[in-house]
Design a protein around this ligand. Structure first.
Ligand SMILES: CC(C)(COP(=O)(O)OP(=O)(O)OC[C@H]1O[C@@H](n2cnc3c(N)ncnc32)[C@H](O)[C@@H]1OP(=O)(O)O)[C@@H](O)C(=O)NCCC(=O)NCCS
Length: 177
């Protein structure tokens, strides 16, 4: 992808054309809370990354199912960044929302936080982007019946950044990286 391809994508601000009925981000938004218990810890007495990834995958899958109104499967997890640790007994808040809807796949962003019960403040511990594919009974990709309603500039910006991530994923796949 050239710099001008990137600039062209980022400069687009209009909502995309979509002939499908639209569903809002809020309709499928999925929030979950977990207490970190002994079984979630790793040998360093921190939350085990694999457990957090399980919680992220589950929340993303639910958000995607809510949007598609049917079954989905996770095709790809990328840009999964661990920013801060979490410790025993802390409350982990997961917030998953759809950023982009393609023909049969959609992207879900998942933010994870540790919540301070005393102040209600949240510290981000992880951000991840997952690609979920809507599948039929034959487990093959199926057209997603709903587009995404973009209400705010932030949502429109997320959409265009998701398009860039999709192009990068495709290029990586094609080049076997
Ligand atoms: C996901 C799966 C159904 C895709 O099948 P496929 O034949 O590769 O699908 P296609 O090439 O027709 O692509 C379908 C859509 O998925 C997207 N896609 C496929 N592979 C992808 C990947 N690795 N990363 C990101 N997107 C991907 C395509 O871009 C396309 O999106 P679009 O229709 O919105 O443009 C298939 O690879 C699969 O079943 N994988 C296993 C999934 C699974 O078991 N997940 C749980 C892991 S424990």
């Amino acid at each position: 992808m050239t710099e001008s391809d990137l600039n062209q994508l980022v400069s687009q601000t209009a909502a995309p054309q979509d002939t499908r009925p639209l569903r809002s981000q809020e309709r499928s938004r999925t929030r979950a809370t977990h207490t970190v218990v002994h079984g979630d810890m790793n040998g360093e007495n921190r939350l085990f990354g694999g457990r957090l990834m399980e919680w992220i995958d589950e929340a993303a899958g639910i958000a995607a199912r809510r949007h598609c109104g049917g079954s989905v499967t996770t095709a790809c997890v990328d840009s999964l960044v661990f920013k801060n640790p979490a410790y025993l007994n802390e409350i982990v808040v997961i917030d998953a929302y759809v950023t982009y809807v393609g023909k049969t796949s959609l992207e879900v962003r998942v933010d994870s936080y540790v919540e301070d019960v005393a102040t209600g403040e949240r510290k981000q511990i992880n951000v991840a982007y997952l690609t979920e594919v809507c599948v039929g009974e034959d487990e093959r990709p199926r057209r997603i019946p709903f587009g995404l309603k973009l209400d705010t500039d932030e949502q429109r910006n997320e959409w265009h950044m998701a398009q860039i991530r999709k192009m990068i994923r495709r290029e990586r796949q094609e080049q076997g990286i």
